[in-house]
Design a protein around this ligand. Sequence first.
Ligand SMILES: [Zn+2]
Ligand SMILES: [Zn+2]
Length: 325
Amino acid sequence: MRVQFWGTRGSIAKPGPNTTRYGGNTSCIEFRSASDTLVIVDCGTGAHALGQKLMSDGTKSLRGHILISHTHWDHIQGIPFFEPLFVLGNEWDIYGPKALGQSLREALAGQMQHTYFPVTLDQCRAKIRYHDLVEGIFYIDDIKVSARYLNHPALTLGYRLEADGASVVYACDHEPHSRLFATGDGEITGQDLQHAEFANGADLLIHDAQYTAEEYPDKVGWGHSSVEYAVKIGQFARTKKVALSHHDPLRDDDAIDRLVARARAKLRQSSSSLDVFAASEGQIVDVPASPLKGSPRWLGRLPPTPLPANSILKNGENRLSGELI
Ligand SMILES: [Zn+2]
Ligand SMILES: [Zn+2]
């Protein structure tokens, strides 16, 4: 499976001379299986350049899938500028968490009302199907997708993609459940343990690392992780690589370098072989098949994740159905 980062910034786009290496565009990642199934995870401002690249490929009747983690601006603002959605003959499936009282389509159309944007979602000429997701497993052609709720002020899904014998987990916009474990110290328990189990044995874990352990106490409830937590989750889940992402807009390239150096030094001290790096815009990571396969152990064994208090689904919702709805 091939992964390319098109946007790695969190919260707001941050172009400028101090963010040229890790990039200023917000979350957008392209996944390709060996048989060329195209899945895009999140459509922040990085989606503009990805759309341009897809257009320049000249593929007729382009077919693709977009998994949206949640509908905060930094994960959807690229959609109105994603040109392949406006091309007749193209076909897209867009997936995102099922929210209360508003469909995914309605949420996406909201940012394209005339007050905000001159073209409405209805004017996209591609054929688009919208899928409101709950936790579960489904297949996009040859890619197996597992979706699991993250801990964030908005209803947010993390995704695990498995294809060609490789597995990649995307968990951005996630806050540690335990304030103590948020620093990366102490025992991993409860829902943090379940979060790690979702990433069990993944070849690549792309994780929210917006803050440091020192910064986190001032950011409790904002919905993001510390670098130290992301690394600990990767270690506990025995992932091969951790890509730190959703970089804070106040963190320039040199500051991100320092975070990575510090994380690597700590891993060396504990003789860990975990490979940690900071995701950078444009970066391509080829994820080869791994002989020892992990699997998201929570599925079928652990109870479903409690939803954040402000995002309760309707009574009777079958949250582990694994079905598209
Ligand atoms: Zn975000
Ligand atoms: Zn968010």
